[in-house]
Design a protein around this ligand. Structure first.
Ligand code: GLU
Length: 453
């Protein structure tokens, strides 16, 4: 049986880092097993779902390197959902209820006051035909609840599964209200369409956040009621920000779009999203293939995956520091900064974000505003430096001979020597080794940078 997984966001906002964790855990599993990855847009909430968010989700996944094998929209499958609801109704497993939200709330409070579990009392299930007709005559329209199965002789029924991440799980259906599957306006809540689609699409593994554990108890009962094969389930821990801020599609905290616009590398995001809260160290991993090898469901821990968004800066920088020239070349060219492997290898260790390479391009091309250096001893060093520039060709060893000659002439060493040189040449106090920048710049630009002192 080949693996089929799905990632099922509702297009009611842009994806955030926590959504990326779910998407990637599914996708990497499909990659490892030669399976298929489906993007299912859970757009049954017509009011909050938009076409722009749906496109944004596809775009965000593509940026991470995820190309779905298939994209499905739940709104295209309404007839299948309706047929399933009808079949449940005919078998008495989906029953109409007429309580208003206020009535339900009062009922809940009454039960709590009597120390009873605050679950729905199945009043709707007990209505006879005459009572239903009377309510309909008042103009009331029903919402529809799924009759959760009970065990032999009406005893409570537990649903169990061996979770891919959490091990053996049990949900006691008697502790739950019969879930509403269809609203008064005949629209579906998420629960039933998800199961119908999982069956129709042949989904073999449902991998999602642990906030869905209780849903899984209900959904397994629905899979069984609809006669579909029950997939394997895995519920991963959720990402929690160290400062307690929640990520939300609505508020856009840590959205993939925002992170992309802020200049982060997709593999820095993917590495953090997947490896945090696992038995693996959180390190920058260069490709999704490698990430797929690193992770498996049994490595994901059960405790929440706490992280500090500033960890991303370190991961991003480390990814760039190890990035080979071939991987950077096209992006360098796009920034007009492809000055060859020696340039990339000289500057990459100084980058926090890829775009900063443009600053070093300007340095190497001598396109910087002149630097004001006032101290007389520093000016003397720079004047000598200009005079002593050796003839080309230059290589990485040129710098040593040159600076020795400057020391011999001026007596300046260490900071007193390298400080003014670096500032005059690069306009900064820190950066790549001057010995590597010097041959990249060449005599004319170096001489120009050192003139006027
Ligand atoms: N649309 C649901 C959500 O975003 C999907 C959950 C699932 O994977 O079944 O929470």
């Amino acid at each position: 049986m080949s693996v089929i997984v799905r990632f099922a966001p509702s297009p009611t906002g842009r994806l955030h880092l926590g959504n990326a964790r779910t998407a990637l855990l599914n996708y990497l599993f499909a990659r490892r097993t030669g399976g298929r990855f489906i993007l299912r847009l859970d757009d049954t909430d017509r009011e909050r779902s938009t076409e722009a968010f749906a496109r944004g989700i596809v775009e965000d996944l593509a940026w991470l390197g995820i190309e779905p094998d298939l994209i499905v929209r739940q709104s295209d499958r309404a007839d299948r959902h309706e047929a399933a609801a009808q079949s449940l109704r005919e078998r008495g497993l989906l029953y109409g209820c007429y309580e208003t939200p206020d009535e339900l709330e009062r009922q809940r409070k009454r039960r709590l006051a009597r120390h009873l579990p605050p679950i729905y009392d199945r009043a709707g299930f007990k209505l006879d035909e005459a009572a239903r007709a009377a309510l309909a005559a008042e103009g009331r329209r029903p919402h529809w609840r799924f009759l959760l199965p009970s065990g032999e002789g009406g005893t409570s029924r537990t649903v169990t599964w061996d979770d891919l991440v959490r091990g053996p799980q049990t949900v006691d259906l008697a502790s739950l209200s019969d879930p509403v599957l269809v609203r008064e306006d005949a629209t579906f809540l998420y629960t039933l369409p998800s199961v119908v689609d999982d069956i129709d699409l042949g989904v073999t593994h449902v991998v999602r956040g642990e906030d869905h554990v209780t849903n899984t108890g209900v959904q397994i009962a629905l899979f069984e009621a609809l006669g579909g094969p029950v997939p394997a389930f895995g519920h991963h821990n959720l990402l929690i920000l160290a400062d307690g801020t929640a990520m939300s599609k609505r508020t856009g905290t840590l959205s993939l779009q925002g992170l992309r616009e802020a200049g982060y590398e997709p593999m820095a995001i993917a590495s953090l999203a997947v490896l945090v809260g696992s038995a693996e160290a959180v390190e920058p991993v260069a490709s999704l293939e490698e990430l797929a090898e690193r992770i498996s469901f049994d490595k994901i821990s059960r405790a929440p995956a706490r992280f500090d968004p500033s960890d991303l800066d370190g991961l991003n920088a480390r990814l760039l520091h190890g990035m080979p020239y071939e991987a950077a070349r096209d992006r360098l060219a796009a920034l007009d900064a492809d000055l060859g492997p020696a340039f990339w290898e000289a500057v990459r260790a100084n980058l926090g974000q890829f775009g900063e390479v443009a600053d070093w391009r300007d340095v190497v091309r001598g396109r910087l505003p002149p630097v004001a250096i006032e101290a007389a001893d520093e000016r003397a060093v720079l004047a000598a430096a200009r005079e002593l520039l050796p003839p080309e060709p230059w290589d990485q060893t040129t710098f040593k001979g040159w600076t020795q000659a400057i020391t011999a002439r001026t007596g300046a060493k260490g900071k007193a020597l390298f400080g003014p040189l670096r500032r005059a040449i690069t306009g900064r106090d820190a950066g790549p080794e001057l010995a590597r920048l010097m041959p990249l710049m060449g005599s004319a630009d170096m001489s120009a940078r050192l003139s006027g002192f």
